[in-house]
Design a binder for this molecule. Structure first.
Ligand code: FAD
Length: 457
């Protein structure tokens, strides 16, 4: 008998419950990835993620070939393609990892009814794309947690399942047709500094992170110039690393760094359980409705300056340029650039979230939209009217200005923390910084507009 494993955001062989279950239940397995028209049509297939995905598919195929198998690639409507492959191989079962978006829920429902109509079964596996399944933890009065601290207290007290070893052999039925795997080189508009994808790459990064990054994480995670976070987010997004395994290995390493890191992994699960329960939060304000934002049209020049990294606030511009160059941005950068757009410029958070999703290699509906809502004060933040001052943020998290000088070449001639307030420069330094723009808005004016918009005055 034959089982199909539909890979989605779980592009790995280590700790893969759907693959394990398929191999236990069937003699032959079809490891299948579908380039889903539904995802491309929704505009979610940004070049940076397509390029990273190409690496992941090649690596998954290579890992399967080492075990006697191979990856089968198809394109089209995911449900139709799975049904076709199941019919061609006369498979009894299809295995799939659970996921949280409205699209993923709909995909699961459609798959189940199409397969059942043909007399086949769909098995959906939890704890593949999260450490703890959404819905496993619920407060007494609601179907999900809306506040992180109590969620984390419960999350941290749960016992996780043990990670699974990768399979030794995978037998794929003969004659199943596959398209050629996409080539990263053929994808246009990829950020020049984009990281490489794939399970092997992810595991190497994880090993080096556990060896030489994790212990100092608590002290250094906000140091913009130090760049001392794990950079594992794209691997978590594409599932080349397993969240269950990450939590286990960090806990085994122990210490304050590991505790802080595990807490961030819990934030990831937290946002996923919010989105699973409230799929509309990908678009609509989650808790506090706001309708007085400036629209993209009304704020066109400001939005353009923000996107291009030319707002005149060096730390904001550095982070926005890092995003464009690497397809990734430091978390502190994400916080302060998002606050700048949604609060200082008072532009609808969806405008910013869309730009992030167009570039981020880890761009993820749950993490991106809900973090944007958190910063904009429409989501789960318990201090919705907090506004981050970009100069104060810069002085605190980039005290020597090294991050700004790395990404804003116009300011490379300015020494130390003075780089954060170029409008105060005099003499030669001012001349050196000549090309750098003036601030798009005075912070005091931005604050006044925000307070008025929120009815705080
Ligand atoms: P580390 O600091 O090493 O953290 C380890 C892992 O924990 C991360 O890889 C990530 O999976 C998780 N994590 C860390 N911080 C958060 C957080 N605040 N919320 C949820 N999970 C977290 N993360 C994404 O993965 N995709 C996104 O699209 C995304 N968009 C964001 C947008 C905004 C406006 C903000 C403020 C944050 C966003 N984040 C997003 C969360 C966070 O910034 C990134 O996960 C982190 O910067 C990735 O770098 P890292 O892997 O080095 O993180």
């Amino acid at each position: 008998n034959v089982s199909v494993v539909l890979f989605t955001a779980d592009l790995r062989l280590h700790d893969h419950p759907p693959l394990r279950a398929a191999l236990e239940g069937a003699r032959q397995v079809v490891p299948l990835f579908v380039r889903d028209r539904g995802v491309t049509d929704a505009g979610f297939a940004a070049p940076n993620r397509l390029a990273f995905l190409a690496d992941c598919l090649h690596d998954l195929d290579a890992g399967l070939r080492e075990r006697g198998g191979r990856l089968v690639l198809r394109s089209g409507d995911v449900v139709e393609e799975v049904c076709k492959v199941a019919a061609e191989t006369d498979a009894d079962e299809v295995h799939l990892a659970a996921d949280v978006s409205a699209y993923a829920h709909q995909r699961e429902r459609r798959l189940r009814s199409a397969l059942e109509a043909d007399g086949r079964r769909l098995h959906v596996h939890d704890t593949v794309t999260t450490a703890i399944a959404p819905g496993e933890l619920t407060p007494t009065a609601s179907d999900h947690f809306a506040v992180f601290t109590p969620y984390f207290r419960h999350w941290n007290g749960l016992r996780l399942r043990e990670p699974l070893a990768p399979p030794r052999t995978v037998h794929v039925p003969e004659g199943v047709g596959s398209e050629e795997l996409p080539s990263r080189a053929a994808i246009a508009d990829v950020s020049p500094g984009l990281a490489a994808g794939g399970e092997r790459e992810g595991r190497a990064r994880l090993a080096s992170w556990l060896r030489s990054g994790l212990a100092a994480y608590e002290d250094r995670h906000d140091d913009l110039a130090g760049d001392a976070t794990s950079r594992l987010s794209p691997h978590l997004h594409f599932g080349t690393l397993s969240p269950v395994e990450l939590v286990h290995r960090a806990r085994r390493a122990g210490g304050a760094g590991a505790e802080a890191f595990v807490r961030q992994l819990a934030w990831r699960d937290f946002h996923r359980q919010v989105l699973a329960a409230r799929p509309a939060a990908a678009r609509a304000d989650y808790r506090t409705k706001h309708d007085r934002w400036r629209s993209e049209e009304a704020a066109r020049a400001d939005v353009e300056a923000w996107r291009e990294g030319r707002t005149g606030y060096p730390v904001v511009d550095a982070a926005m340029r890092q995003l464009r160059h690497e397809g990734w941005m430091h978390n502190r950068g994400r916080l302060l650039t998002a606050s700048f757009l949604a609060k200082t410029l008072y532009v609808d958070w969806r405008v910013g979230a869309r730009h992030f999703l167009a570039l981020l290699v880890d761009g993820d509906l749950a993490n991106n939209q809900l973090n944007w809502q958190w910063v904009a004060g429409t989501g789960t933040d318990t201090r919705p009217n907090r506004i981050l001052n970009p100069v104060a943020q810069a002085r605190r998290y980039d005290p020597d200005g090294g991050y700004v000088r790395r990404w804003v070449p116009e300011l490379r001639g300015v020494e130390g923390g003075a780089v954060h307030e170029p409008w105060k420069l005099a003499g030669l330094e001012r001349a050196v910084a000549g090309d750098y723009p003036d601030p798009v808005v005075a912070l005091s004016d931005g604050l006044a507009r925000f307070r008025q918009g929120r009815g705080l005055d």
